[in-house]
Write a protein of this length. Structure first.
Length: 213
């Protein structure tokens, strides 16, 4: 489940809103970085965000975006430093809380993660990353009803994110709501995410639901 937290960050990275207001050259570098994020080239994006921060050390968005890249690379300590710096610059920004909460969740620090993710949602009720990550935390804590609620909201905000459907299927299966679990599995397959399905989970779903598909 923790690995899926990493996957979802790739989806959300291109959705970060530029809230920085640094120098003109910092704005230029940050805009170039965002272009490369949209293209899926994180290494080039990282280079430009580094340049943006060098041009304007108080450019909050650049720290947010670079933190997301480090999160994708599982360089958690670097990601935490960037999210913390972003919050020092702009404590009213939702994304650094969502990013830091996701890092803490990946490290198994669920209590701290939930505090940050809740704060992110309070600040921005449509923060997809925060709902997704909170759903993963609640799933790992076996709070399946709340996990499903968070996955529902994440799917509402981003219907194309396949991992939330799979994670919701797992939660439904844990509640023995097998028909709903199968509906989500079918959706995952329909969206081309069959490789995300754990074969052992699928085998158990067939066994306990009494269905083959």
């Amino acid at each position: 489940m923790k690995n899926k937290i990493m996957i979802l960050v790739i989806v959300i990275a291109s959705c970060i809103i530029n809230v920085g207001c640094g120098k003109v050259d910092a704005d230029y570098y940050a805009s170039r970085g965002r272009i490369f994020i949209d293209q899926g080239n994180e290494d080039k994006a990282l280079n430009y965000f580094n340049k943006a921060i060098k041009a304007d050390p108080n450019y909050g968005y650049a720290y947010e975006a670079r933190g997301i890249i480090y999160l994708n690379k599982r360089e958690y300590d670097k990601a935490l430093l960037d999210f913390n710096k972003a919050l020092l610059i702009n404590p009213a920004s939702s994304m650094p809380y969502a990013g830091r909460g996701t890092v803490l969740a990946a490290k198994g620090q669920y209590k701290e993660a939930l505090a940050d993710l809740n704060k992110a949602i309070d600040l921005q009720p449509n923060n997809f990353l925060a709902f997704s990550s909170r759903g993963f935390v609640r799933y790992d804590e076996k709070d399946y009803d709340k996990a499903i609620s968070d996955f529902n909201k994440a799917i509402e905000l981003n219907p194309k994110y396949v991992d939330c459907y799979y994670s919701r299927a797992c939660a439904y299966a844990c509640k023995k709501e097998y028909d709903k679990a199968w509906q989500d599995i079918h959706k995952v397959i329909e969206m081309g995410g069959e490789n995300r399905i754990d074969p052992e989970f699928l085998q158990n779903l067939k066994k306990y639901s009494g269905r083959e598909k």
